[in-house]
Design a protein around this ligand. Structure first.
Ligand code: NI
Length: 192
């Protein structure tokens, strides 16, 4: 889990902050939150991408009853990072995560291919109970976390170019003109 270090991009690779200022101001009526949520077993576990349709359905079901704007998300094999915007006056993210985890876990219960180790542990063993949550403070904080999310597959060594990871909102933000398609290509040196 990468809870403390948000890498800073140099001016060559960083593009989002200036472009997004006006855009963000128009959209922050409710609270913006960044989350990191992990599977319990992170060794050679690719459950989240193997069962990404189950995960999408778990989000869909939850947000149908608990309105939430998914500003950005990246799904990695064994964890995910995302930014939500909640309706004004609504800070009920813990209920939402409980529902998402539960919907996902139960969708696997009826799956005949469930692994032996998960069978032993039962559904509650699938997710880490704790998760990291952070209230986004301002535009710059938002932009940093947005970059963190979209760069994450490169950071974890899953791909070498941000655009090559299919399980994130990067392409959506490219389509909106916030990132260039080749954003942060070759940026790993700058980030240490
Ligand atoms: Ni990560």
């Amino acid at each position: 889990m990468e809870r403390s270090v948000i890498p800073a991009f140099n001016t060559r690779t960083f593009s989002a902050v200036t472009l997004m200022r006006t855009y963000i101001r128009n959209r922050t009526a409710g609270g913006l939150y960044f989350f990191t949520v992990n599977l319990a077993d992170r060794r050679e576990n690719a459950l989240l991408v193997d069962r990404i349709d189950n995960l999408r359905e778990a989000f869909r079901k939850t947000f149908a009853t608990h309105p939430t704007i998914m500003e950005a998300i990246v799904i990695l094999p064994d964890h995910l990072h995302c930014i939500w915007q909640l309706p004004p006056g609504d800070d009920g993210y813990s209920t939402r995560w409980r529902l998402i985890k539960s919907h996902f876990s139960r969708s696997l219960d009826v799956d005949e291919h469930r692994s032996a180790s998960r069978l032993r542990k039962g559904e509650r063993g699938i997710w880490q109970r704790r998760y990291w949550e952070h209230l986004v403070r301002d535009d710059e904080d938002y932009a940093r976390h947005l970059d963190y999310i979209h760069y994450n597959p490169v950071k974890h060594g899953l791909v070498t170019r941000v655009k090559d990871w299919p399980h994130s909102t990067f392409s959506r933000w490219v389509a909106q003109g916030i990132y260039p398609e080749d954003w942060a290509d070759g940026g790993s040196n700058a980030m240490g």
